[in-house]
Design a protein around this ligand. Structure first.
Ligand SMILES: Nc1ncnc2c1ncn2[C@@H]1O[C@H](COP(=O)(O)OP(=O)(O)OP(=O)(O)O)[C@@H](O)[C@H]1O
Length: 220
């Protein structure tokens, strides 16, 4: 089933007289059960694309549809409703409430979304190699641990569409395999997963690899 469809996405930024074309006519589909990797050099438009797909940013042209409903050119409260109902997101930062422990961050997400049960939290954290860190505040986590804790929060709501920006940066090879296994498990249980990554092991296990350069898809 088609979970997400984006057609002809354009996004321009203006800095003084200069115009940056961050996205130039990107078309992309994500299907339920599909694990897609998105690769591209720094500045190629990956974060901009993720933000437009999730309705966090409004593209200057093109349309994003989520499970048959249009996301683009709708008021922010409606986009927020669609986002809360369908998306889990791991962004490069800002995924955790700093005053809450890892466990409390995950529990809060479960409460907000109405998905998941508190007795599932330990299993979820264990599956991401965070078993011993449930009671820790985000300020005491390493970069890789914070990314996995953010992923646990994203997974807690059992989203239909999971968008992740670099979930395996700063982790060792063993932990990376744990994260990849968890992402694939999430796909097999019915989510569409898009992962921005520079990791070869992750791209090697994706169903599909898409490359973006200068705001345009060059392969995929
Ligand atoms: N708020 C902004 N104002 C102006 N230009 C921006 C803004 N955000 C992004 N850009 C520019 O848009 C282009 C795409 O940026 P984007 O952050 O999407 O790339 P990226 O592939 O995610 O990069 P990275 O891998 O370094 O995070 C870059 O040229 C960037 O400088």
């Amino acid at each position: 089933m088609r979970a997400l469809e984006a057609t002809e996405l354009y996004r321009f930024y203006h800095a003084g007289d200069d115009e940056v074309v961050a996205l130039r006519g990107v078309a992309l589909t994500l299907d339920t059960g599909e694990f897609t990797a998105l690769r591209g050099p720094s500045g190629s438009g990956k974060s901009t694309l993720l933000a437009c797909l999730a309705g966090l940013d409004e593209p200057d042209g093109g349309v994003v549809s989520v499970l048959g409903e249009r996301m683009t050119r709708r008021p922010e409260p409606e986009r927020a409703r669609l986002r809360a109902r369908h998306f889990g997101m791991l962004m490069q930062s800002g995924n955790l409430f700093e005053h809450l422990t890892v466990r409390a961050n995950v529990r809060l997400q479960m409460e907000i979304s109405g998905h998941g049960r508190p007795d599932e939290i330990d299993g979820l954290l264990d599956s991401l190699g965070l078993g011993g860190l449930a009671g820790v505040l985000p300020a005491h986590l390493s970069g890789g641990e914070a990314a996995r804790a953010g992923l646990a929060v994203a997974l807690a709501a059992k989203p239909s569409i999971l968008l992740c920006d670099e979930p395996t940066a700063e982790v060792d090879a063993g932990t990376e395999q744990l994260v990849i296994d968890r992402l694939i498990e999430n796909c097999r249980s019915g989510a569409a997963v898009l992962v921005v990554t520079h990791s070869r092991p992750l791209a090697a296990r994706a169903d599909r690899v898409i490359d973006i350069r200068d705001g345009g898809i060059v392969h995929g």
